[in-house]
Design a protein around this ligand. Structure first.
Ligand SMILES: [Mg+2]
Length: 312
């Protein structure tokens, strides 16, 4: 979506409910949220393939996911619930108790795409240096993978919040049941939670909240994902004026083909190889979009100032 159009939407959304500016004493839309999928976006393989599956003696992750798909078709079960169930059943048969602590420890074995481990500090410094303290950059994860694994990962400290699937743990600390399910369509719920500042799962997100009162406007949100499971999130964000980038593995032709299709169908702004090192195409595109978002924030801030001055 061209920048002028995004700025127009930003202005319309704010001006339409301009009277509501009077309810707020200061301009608060200075937070930028970059939302990442995890598997295939920050890591080449799904996180389970580095962590739980080898512990269970499963060397071929592909076989496990095929089994999940077959089981899901056989039982007409939801795929994420099915993988969480199969993982528990296999762990029981191997006498490997799935505990939050063990999942966190196994996270050390995750491999990341190039540059991921240094990217967050670099991009935080970039935003601080270029835009100053008036802009707050937050990184979020929305993943169908397991929250306990992500929370134990080397990059966990950079995330403002992680939304992911979770087990319920019994009094002995062993996982017994799915507690939170995150799949591709449910992922959009968390985009609205970020948008409305209702980030705890027990907070109602369906109550009406006028756009100007939402803490992080969609126009301040950028989503980075790797494929079709990210389409619902990309669509919600882009239709509301935000941005999306699809990334692919360099050696993965089907992945790149999917990204090209997403771009052709206007479902993403850009596609790039999942290389997060400084100066790469992806690094430059993220910085380009951050610049656009900050321009929108500057516009919003001026509009807010004038509304306060002349409308109240
Ligand atoms: Mg993915």
């Amino acid at each position: 979506m061209p920048v002028f159009w995004k700025l127009f939407i930003y202005g319309q959304l704010n001006q339409r409910d301009g009277r509501l500016f009077g309810m707020s004493k200061a301009f608060k839309h200075n937070v930028v949220a970059v939302v990442y999928d995890f598997d295939g976006t920050l890591t080449p393989q799904p996180m389970q393939e580095y962590t739980v599956l080898p512990e269970l003696g499963i060397k071929d992750g592909g076989k496990f996911w095929s089994q999940v798909n077959e089981e899901s078709a056989r039982t007409n079960g939801e795929a994420i619930v099915t993988y969480m169930r199969l993982m528990l059943e296999k762990s029981k048969s191997k006498h490997f108790p799935v505990t939050a602590q063990r999942l966190g420890e196994l996270a050390k074995k995750i491999n990341y795409f190039p540059g991921v481990q240094t990217y967050f500090e670099r991009i935080n410094n970039y935003v601080d240096g270029k835009f100053g303290k008036s802009i707050e950059l937050r990184h979020y994860i929305i993943s169908a993978g397991l929250k306990e694994i992500i929370s134990g990962s080397a990059i966990a400290k950079y995330f403002y919040k992680v939304f992911a699937s979770e087990y319920y743990y019994d009094e002995y600390g062993a996982a017994t049941f799915p507690n939170v399910i995150v799949n591709d369509t449910l992922k959009t719920q968390f985009i609205f939670r970020i948008n409305k500042g209702k980030e705890n799962l027990n907070e109602n997100i369906n109550l009406h909240m006028p756009m100007p009162l939402r803490p992080i406007p969609f126009q301040n949100i950028m989503y980075i994902g790797d494929g079709l499971t990210d389409v619902p999130c990309m669509t919600v964000i882009r239709k509301n004026g935000g941005y999306a980038i699809a990334v692919y593995k360099s050696h993965s032709l089907p992945g790149k083909r999917t990204c090209k299709e997403l771009l052709k169908a206007n479902r993403v702004d850009f596609i790039a190889k999942a290389d997060y090192k400084s100066g790469t195409e992806l690094d430059n595109l993220i910085k380009l979009l951050l610049g656009n978002i900050v321009e929108g924030i500057r516009y919003g801030r001026e509009s807010f100032k004038q509304s306060k001055k002349y409308r109240s």
